[in-house]
Ligand binder design. Structure first.
Ligand code: NAD
Length: 337
């Protein structure tokens, strides 16, 4: 059993904790929380709770949430820490993990340069094999990596161009916006282009991003220049071979992200999550060797199965296909609607 500690129990950390809990080859040793809020109270039913440094222990005790120790105690009890603290904090925590000689898996808010490999299960699983410090790329990059890799395998990809319409913030956050504006990223290409290259390698990529007042999902408008001729039926067939890509259709009532997330609720998953990247079948179109498609990304959950697979790669316990299949089975990924 791989003993997994979770540092940072927000949008990503809590989902990774429950996904790890479903695995037969892993156990959650505990989670780190800074405050004894409603999330900590719910977590205490299933996990041991640790605090960053012991300072908040009194507040937890007053709130009736038992504390098992500090982050350093959790490190001593674990084989790996999944660091899902806010963007940039992982870089600070890395020093502590190094000091304790413990493996650590970071998230997309951290820089590629601080780790030994960036991870996406379909694109570059083996690059994290046996590594100590790895980062699962962001929700947007994970989505692009999955679908680009599925097309690339059969048709080759010369150039990637994508417009990312990004959700402003997550549904549990009432502090950020915009609430009535569209906010373009003024950097070209946006940071997603270099990030995608960290997992798909040397392909020409350009991306632009616009923040939109929604919390449900991101939407990507993607154009790929293919190396080999294709048609839309063949592209749909190629994408359909990958369980973490879900082909959806407006004809089945899924015209927008609202219905896609409603469909996820109908599937009865934990927290109504949609781990798969949803690609609208009708949007898959070719003009010559230029392929266009549109995909929707559940930012809160698409990186969760990747975290589970990355842990196995870092411990060299399962090869790519076996790990993906095990993770998918336990998280109910790929059950077609
Ligand atoms: P979040 O703000 O929802 O969660 C972070 C958690 O860490 C919060 O509960 C916060 O209280 C806690 N925290 C703060 N200081 C801490 C400390 N010193 N020690 C321990 N915990 C501390 O953030 P998130 O959205 O889960 O993002 C985490 C990482 O995942 C970031 O790198 C982010 O870029 C990446 N990511 C986020 C999303 C997304 O859509 N939310 C998607 C993919 C990747």
């Amino acid at each position: 059993m791989i003993k997994v500690g979770i540092n940072g129990y927000g949008t990503i950390g809590r989902r990774v904790a429950y996904a790890v809990r479903q695995q037969k080859d892993m156990v959650v040793t505990g989670i780190v929380k800074t405050k004894p809020d409603y999330v900590a109270q719910a977590a205490a039913r299933d996990f041991r709770i640790f605090t960053p440094d012991g300072k908040a222990a009194d507040a937890f005790s007053k709130a009736g949430v038992p504390v098992a120790g500090t982050l350093e105690n959790l490190i001593d009890d674990s084989d790996i820490i999944v660091d899902a603290t806010p963007e940039g904090m992982g870089a600070i925590n890395l020093e502590l993990y190094r000091k304790h000689r413990i493996k650590a898996l970071f998230q997309g808010g951290e820089e590629h340069e601080m780790v030994q490999a960036s991870f996406n299960a379909y694109s570059n699983f083996s690059e994290s094999w046996g590594k100590d410090y790895v980062r699962v790329v962001s929700c947007n990059t994970t989505a692009l990596a999955r679908t680009v890799t599925s097309v690339r395998k059969d048709f080759g990809v010369r150039h990637v161009s994508a417009t990312l319409i990004r959700r402003a913030t997550d549904p549990n956050d009432s502090s950020k916006g915009p609430i009535n504006a569209l906010e373009p990223s003024l950097k070209f290409p946006s940071h997603h282009a270099p990030d995608l290259k960290t997992v798909i390698g040397n392909v020409d990529v350009e991306t632009v991003a616009v923040k939109a007042p929604t919390t449900l999902m991101h939407v990507h408008v993607v154009q790929l220049e293919l190396e080999k001729p294709a048609d839309s039926a063949k592209v749909i067939e190629a994408m359909g071979k990958y369980s973490r890509i879900l082909l959806v259709s407006g004809k089945a009532g899924m015209q927008s992200t609202a219905q896609i997330m409603d469909m996820a609720r109908e599937r009865g998953r934990d927290r109504s999550d949609l781990y798969e990247i949803a690609v609208w079948k009708e949007s898959v179109n070719l003009k010559g060797q230029k392929l266009n498609y549109i995909q929707a990304v559940h930012q809160e959950s698409d990186v969760v199965p990747e975290n589970v697979d990355a842990i196995r790669a870092m411990f060299q316990t399962m090869d790519r296909d076996k790990s993906i299949s095990e993770t998918d089975k336990t998280l109910n990924i790929g059950n077609k609607v």
